[in-house]
Design a protein around this ligand. Structure first.
Ligand SMILES: Cc1cc2nc3c(=O)[nH]c(=O)nc-3n(C[C@H](O)[C@H](O)[C@H](O)COP(=O)(O)OP(=O)(O)OC[C@H]3O[C@@H](n4cnc5c(N)ncnc54)[C@H](O)[C@@H]3O)c2cc1C
Length: 495
């Protein structure tokens, strides 16, 4: 069994782990990333097949944080950012009484929409315009929306939005946990409309670092989202060990020891002063159990839903619907529909399908239909085709089928989440040099993961100062050769 000491070990080579490692490398810190699979990227994984560009997990992102903007600037020569057509991105539909209705985006559309009755529309407008103080508790998104905008908005639009972002149930999700800035607006007496208008007025210059906003709205990368982890991996080079699964951690004198198994069964131990867990919550929980049981206990109370993503390619003539927008979502109230939603992939990014084809991304599972995960590919495609023929008038069979299951992949920030996160942060402060990053604490989006990773890297770099404690007991090259670990040049998720 080999042994090696680093300043920092990052467990997990998804976007969180890679971003943290990149920032640390840039700060001159000796860092090593352990990734259990053959390819890096985690959920961000793109495949090219028969002229289609298939996103297995996330499809697009929004750049909201300066740390993310900086990352994209640094990789600008390798990763080309492309923006979705804004009009397409804003044209969204929801299922309402078995038919697709456009989500109103203008006052005229609001007046005309069949999604709300006249009473529902009046209630929404009153909720937008009238000042009303929030009730100051950790309310569910559903309760907060009902109180402010009325039941119709909460059951339809808001419930669909929660399916779209969290594949979750708005009655269980916490407003403050999921949308802290919205919760702040809700808490204040000012009306949402007043708040939005005041943002447009010139205000005092803010002190905090502002986003330059190169990229507004929804974006992706020319080669698909997997391009970014691929580029990060290439620049991190031998700092990444793939096929290297962390199986146990323990505290040692000056930090942590990680026991790993390589793909042919050999075990190695690596030591570091700082340890960053950038793995899904369920893995973090298992690793922390023996060394930090109190953190593990709290993590166990954070649930997650499972998702199935079907990428289905069709002949253009087999879909008798204009697909004139982003796609549609299914609110909880339309419980007879087995789908969570369908994204019209090549309407958003035309190069995702050949000119004579269309690409639909069908989502199933989530908190409402956990049973979907255990269905066979054939069953899933059959269910999807029934829904698609009803709602989008799809007639022919798909020319391409790609099924991806994501067990426990989307954390649910249910009521009490803010308290749980505070508890975890408190416990972590008692154990300096242990860091948790990823999507289960403070944001599920890629932007959130990058932000939390950059923040952790900054703290670590500050703690380490300029001192380098790299004492590699074994030569890195001989180690990775002995381990049979594939180095990242060959492990780009883009294939
Ligand atoms: C289907 C789906 C669609 C999504 N859509 C969007 C979207 O459109 N936009 C958006 O912004 N976000 C989206 N998200 C959320 C976003 O993609 C994720 O939150 C984010 O990619 C998580 O990144 P991560 O690095 O924290 O975790 P992961 O991507 O899960 O990476 C964790 C890594 O750790 C590795 N690992 C696990 N166990 C071990 C171990 N024992 N030892 C070593 N390595 C280990 C894994 O192999 C993996 O590579 C979506 C998520 C899913 C699942």
């Amino acid at each position: 069994m080999g042994s090696c000491e680093r300043e920092v070990i990052v467990i997990g080579g998804g976007i969180s782990g890679l971003t943290a490692a990149w920032r640390l490398k840039m700060a001159g810190v000796d860092v090593c990333v352990l990734e259990s699979t053959e390819v890096v990227g985690g959920a961000m994984h793109t495949e090219q097949r028969e002229g289609f560009l298939l996103e297995k997990g996330p499809f697009n992102l929004i750049v909201r944080d300066p740390a993310f903007e900086q990352l994209l600037d640094e990789f600008g020569d390798e990763v080309e950012v492309i923006a979705a057509d804004r009009a397409v991105g804003r044209a969204r539909y929801i299922l309402h009484r078995h038919r697709l209705c456009k989500v109103p985006m203008t006052p005229t559309e609001l007046l005309r929409t069949p999604l709300l009755t006249l009473g529902g529309k009046v209630r929404l407008i009153r909720g937008l315009a009238v000042s009303r103080r929030g009730i100051g508790v950790d309310a569910s998104i559903h309760d907060a929306a009902t109180r402010r905008f009325g039941r119709q908005v909460a059951d339809g639009l808001v419930s669909a939005m929660c399916v779209g972002i969290f594949s979750g149930d708005s009655r269980e999700l916490s407003l403050r946990g999921c949308f802290p800035t919205v919760a702040d607006v809700d808490e204040r007496t000012r009306s949402p409309l007043g708040s939005a208008l005041s943002k447009r007025l010139p205000s005092k210059p803010r002190k905090r670092k502002r986003l330059r906003r190169h990229w507004r709205g929804l974006v992706s990368f020319r080669e698909g989202l997997g391009a970014l982890p691929g580029a990060l991996a290439r620049r991190l080079g031998s700092k990444i060990l793939t096929n290297c699964a962390a199986e146990a951690i323990r505290m040692v004198d000056r930090g942590y020891e990680v026991q790993c198994t390589l793909h042919h069964g050999e075990q190695i131990k690596l030591r570091s002063r700082h340890l960053v867990l950038a793995v899904p919550k369920v893995v973090a929980s298992a690793l922390l159990g023996p060394v930090a049981p109190e953190i593990d206990e709290t993590l166990k109370t954070i649930s997650a839903t499972s998702l199935v993503v079907l990428n289905l390619g069709f002949d253009r003539n087999d879909i008798n619907h204009p697909l004139d927008g982003y796609g549609f979502l299914v609110p909880r109230t339309e419980s007879s529909c087995p789908l969570l939603g369908v994204l019209w992939a090549d309407s958003v990014f035309p190069h995702h399908a050949p000119p004579d084809r269309r690409l639909l991304r069908v989502f199933m599972g989530g908190s409402s239909r956990p049973d979907m995960l255990s269905k066979s590919d054939t069953e899933l495609v059959e269910i999807a085709l029934i829904g698609l023929s009803d709602l989008l008038h799809v007639s022919g069979n798909p020319v391409l089928i790609h099924v991806c299951r994501w067990p426990d992949a989307v954390p649910q920030y249910t009521i009490g989440h803010v308290r749980r996160v505070a508890q975890v942060r408190h416990e972590l402060r008692q154990r300096r040099r242990l860091h948790l990053i990823g999507n289960y604490l403070e944001g599920v989006s890629i932007n959130d993961c990058v932000r939390s990773a950059a923040h952790a890297a900054e703290q670590i770099a500050q703690d380490l100062g300029a001192t380098s404690i790299c004492k590699c007991i074994e030569n890195e090259q001989s180690h990775s050769e002995a381990a049979g670990a594939r180095l990242p040049a060959a492990s780009s998720p883009g294939g």
